[in-house]
Design a protein around this ligand. Sequence first.
Ligand code: HEM
Ligand SMILES: *[C@@H]1O[C@H](CO)[C@@H](O)[C@H](O)[C@H]1NC(C)=O
Ligand SMILES: *[C@@H]1O[C@H](CO)[C@@H](O)[C@H](O)[C@H]1NC(C)=O
Length: 474
Amino acid sequence: MNPFALVAFLVLLVLYVLRELRAYRALGEFGGPATASFSRLWLGKAIYSGKMNLHFGRVNEQYGDTARIGPRLLLTRDPALIRKMNAVRSPYTRAEWYNSLRLHPTRDNIVSFRDETIHNKLRTQMSHGYSGKENMYLEHDIDERLLQVLGLIRSKYVSTDTEYRPMDLARVTTFFTLDVISTIAFGKSFGFLVTDEDPFDYLKQLHVFLPAIMLFSVFPDVQKIMRLPLIQRLAPQATDVTGLGKIMGFARDVVGERFGVDKVVRKDMLGSFITHGLSREQLESETITQITAGSDSTATSIRMTLFLITSNASIYSTLMNELTTAHEENRLTRPILRDTESRTLPYLQACIREGLRIYPPVTGLLAKEVPPQGDVIDGRFVPGGTSIGWNSWGIMRLKRVFGQDVDVFRPERWLPGGGQSKEQIDNMEEVVMLAFGYGRFGCLGKPVALMELNKTIAEVSLPSFSLILRYQDN
Ligand code: HEM
Ligand SMILES: *[C@@H]1O[C@H](CO)[C@@H](O)[C@H](O)[C@H]1NC(C)=O
Ligand SMILES: *[C@@H]1O[C@H](CO)[C@@H](O)[C@H](O)[C@H]1NC(C)=O
């Protein structure tokens, strides 16, 4: 071997070891799994296990509210630190973790831009469409899809004396949220509920994609490989007939209709984005983001909450009683209750909050980066460039916030007399809403998601409807 090459190699090796050693020592004051201080092995294993949430939960339980899970990566369940990193004037930025959320082969989107100036501008432009203020059809669109899903269940999944017709709640809730988001995003439903199927294999592909995204997110080198032109050609394309590519094609067509001579003008989300100056290219990639950000998360929360409510006879009948009484006193609009009416139902609200707490749908790291000058966390110095991921599972199981029985689904904890004081309940409300992120990076679709949850949980549990479901159980 050329001696110069050998020397150069050795010098590089020494520099690399020194760099790693410095990183190792820099975060040395934070506890964590042994291998995590010098490798991403622990993290890779945690993600690969499919039970990342549980591993994360245990790490902070064992090593404190902020622990180390990688050479330059911390994991926190401290609500105060999360608010600080996400606050409007905070110098923290999105860490490299966010690169993995670039779904479009060549374009970044609102969730993947790491430059805060670009992200913030886009966020301001899009906030109007998401808030519902510039989207006249929001509630109406949700109602229509809800009627459709209830109709589907009635016509296809009600068992009779002679026939047992089980329904896969997981699939149907996903179909529902996909049709809702496509309707409110561009005035056209994907039609999952019409066919009651996954016609272009979107869900099938998602089962492969989502775990892959999780893995990419913690291995930046894999991200780089994914950006090679050869690999990019394998990425979803708008001309695909299946999966995400099909959705991209759908987005391209719908966006196309809003431009040109015979353009369609509609006062919906897409219309609002156009009013606020998004370009055609931006619209195409943002529409895909909307679909992916807004469907699986909301579906998870609806199905888990329904599952938890119906798994406990006492909780189920308490909710039924609340709804029956409101219904008998004519406090609920039929066929679908108004969003404002759902707020007058305290037990329903308690069930929704408790569902978000027990099963926060977004458990990925969403890592933010410490600003160049570094920061002091719990009295310990953290160098600039360190990533800090959030542990939503751990946050929602903080005993000092939610009480001792954090692992139990108990809506009563949100109500007076349920063991928590008024001040504690106020604090719980603030902490549980962290499930939607916070501040500069907080979920733009939160009003949409909450409206879907409020209406769906109520309608599916309403007496007239539940009678049918109960019959099915027997
Ligand atoms: C229960 C349902 C939902 C949950 C728990 C949830 C949670 C979250 C979380 C944790 C974030 C990221 C915060 C961060 O990066 O720090 C986020 C971002 C986002 N969500 Fe949601 N989400 C839900 C439903 C929706 C829906 C229905 C939509 C669309 C209508 C949506 C659109 C978005 C968008 C656009 C962002 C990016 C905001 C930004 O980058 O500034 N989400 N969401
Ligand atoms: C739906 O429920 C949430 C949480 O329980 C509540 O805060 C909210 O006001 C309700 N309505 C909407 C539109 O979010
Ligand atoms: C059912 O729910 C009630 C009320 O929240 C709770 O007290 C009880 O422990 C739950 N039962 C089970 C088996 O979890």
